[in-house]
Design a protein around this ligand. Structure first.
Ligand code: NAP
Length: 282
């Protein structure tokens, strides 16, 4: 019998840790399958998607820069992916390719254990308005979070996110300077910009001076595991949540779309932390 094939398409894709965690989950659940990296240039995206059908590849993750561009080549997308305008998971249902997006829900799953209130009672601030922020905003809004504000260097991108979201949620757009002065308004602060990501690890989007100790501060960057932003939050007595959790849960939810089974997220997390040289920080 031939093992089922899964994989990730992106450009670049060589750094992706998805093969390690998905192959671990397949072994753990005794599923005869293998997960590969596929480097796909923008010009080859349509051909690559046709290849998924032609070769009978069972499912793929989609990463930068193809999450939006892949949509026209699919046969269907689910409601969440349509809302976000981006796909990170493709399921091959007997030759019919359907797109899903697990990024926003993956973030929510990763942070829920650290909240001591219902989402409906939480006031949160998202810093950044890129693709990841869009997914998190949409998921938080549809999960009926009490308040979700957005702060971004380029305010027009934040307004575009607010305007495209159909869920009724209390929201406003503020500048990064205003965010810095209103930290006490929030229970949860979510850093979604690429500032502080390896190799430019010393940068941070705003200062956290004046933040209330106990505020939950999360950074979706997972390399480094503890960003400078999280280090500062920790010094102020905040509870910190790294981006490893989001990475693991978005992967686990993709895995469930493909197999119907939820993998062991703790085992996946251990593999990622070992590879990144980090330790559990949240
Ligand atoms: P993106 O679409 O390129 O958005 C980048 C964001 O960062 C924008 O808000 C951008 O602001 C802001 N930014 C970049 N450089 C800046 C600077 N010098 N000053 C101020 N703002 C700056 O990227 P993305 O896909 O949303 O990803 C963002 C980060 O999330 C990346 O580090 C990525 O690795 C991480 N991520 C993690 C996970 C996970 O599973 N943990 C999943 C997805 C993404 P402007 O709009 O003003 O340009």
């Amino acid at each position: 019998m031939t093992a089922d094939v899964y994989g990730i398409i992106g450009c670049p894709v060589g750094h992706s840790m998805s093969p390690e965690i998905h192959n671990l989950a397949f072994q753990d659940l005794l599923i005869d399958a293998v997960y590969h990296r596929f480097h796909v240039e923008k010009r080859d995206l349509e051909a690559a998607v046709k290849g998924i059908r032609a070769l009978g590849i069972k499912g793929v993750n989609v990463t930068i820069p193809h999450k939006e561009d892949v949509i026209p080549f699919l046969d269907a997308i689910d409601e969440t992916a349509a809302r976000m305008g981006a796909v990170n998971t493709i399921v091959n249902e007997d030759g019919r390719l359907k797109g899903y997006n697990t990024d926003g829900q993956g973030y929510i799953e990763s942070v829920l254990p650290y909240l001591d209130k219902e989402l409906s009672e939480i006031s949160c601030l998202i810093i950044g308005a890129g693709g990841a922020a869009r997914g998190i905003y949409s998921a938080m809004a549809h999960a009926e979070t009490g308040r979700v504000d957005l702060a971004n260097r380029t305010p027009s991108r934040a307004y575009a996110i607010l305007e495209s979201c159909s869920a009724p949620v209390s929201s406003k757009v503020i500048t990064l300077d205003q965010a810095q002065c209103s930290l006490t308004d929030y229970d949860l602060i979510i850093q979604t910009t690429s500032i502080g990501m390896s190799p430019k690890e010393q940068a941070k989007p705003i200062s956290l001076a004046g933040i209330v100790p106990g505020t939950i501060v999360s950074d979706i960057i997972y390399n480094p595991v503890k960003t400078v932003f999280l280090q500062e939050a920790e010094k102020h007595g905040c509870r910190i949540v790294s981006g490893v959790g989001m990475f693991i849960y978005q992967a686990a939810l993709s895995f469930r779309h493909w197999t119907g089974k939820m993998p062991d997220v703790k085992a996946m997390e251990a593999v990622v932390l070992q590879k990144l040289g980090g330790s559990k920080i949240c």
